[in-house]
Write a protein that binds this ligand. Sequence first.
Ligand SMILES: [Zn+2]
Length: 208
Amino acid sequence: MIRVEKTPNPATGEIERSVGIDLGLKDFAATSDARVFGLERHYRRLEAKLGKAQRARKKTRVRALHAKIKNSRKDRLHKLSTALVKEYGAIFIGNVNASALARTRMAKSVLDAGWSLFRTMLQYKGDCAGVWFEEVDERYSTQTCGCCNRRTGPKGREGLGIREWACLECGAYHQRDINAAVSILAAGRRRLAEGIPVLSAPCAAAAG
Ligand SMILES: [Zn+2]
């Protein structure tokens, strides 16, 4: 396996074609360039079948469906991560964990497993392809307006159901998850910009 070095533009510290990704409950992922990746309908059908089998206490069928869902999700995540790594030079993703969002323990573990698997895939595929990959703190990504950078968006648990909103300060109209992805990208770019002086510090010390 060949490992390619990640190379930000030395003049700007920026990497061409960077993207922010917001992971969510309603759709699997939204990007800062306004793309939304849902779970396939096929997968939802399997979930419905699983519910039915669970209620009927058909153990073998439940096990088989669990395996099928797991494989189907993994396959989907592989395809998506491969496509993203091919397309972008830098990928920033929010450090969301499901405990803040999901209601049941089952839902939490399923979400967390999917999200961490996806991050792992992006990390190792990114490493191979020379794509910068970084997890960023997404604490205020939903609340922060992607246009004016002020925290005017939906807040807390009550705000979870709000899918679209208008910024009271600048008037920009946002699709919730895409705006969050834009904020994540901005946070990633700041991290990258902060990282450059640290990287060049040993040279400066040698020169002094
Ligand atoms: Zn605004």
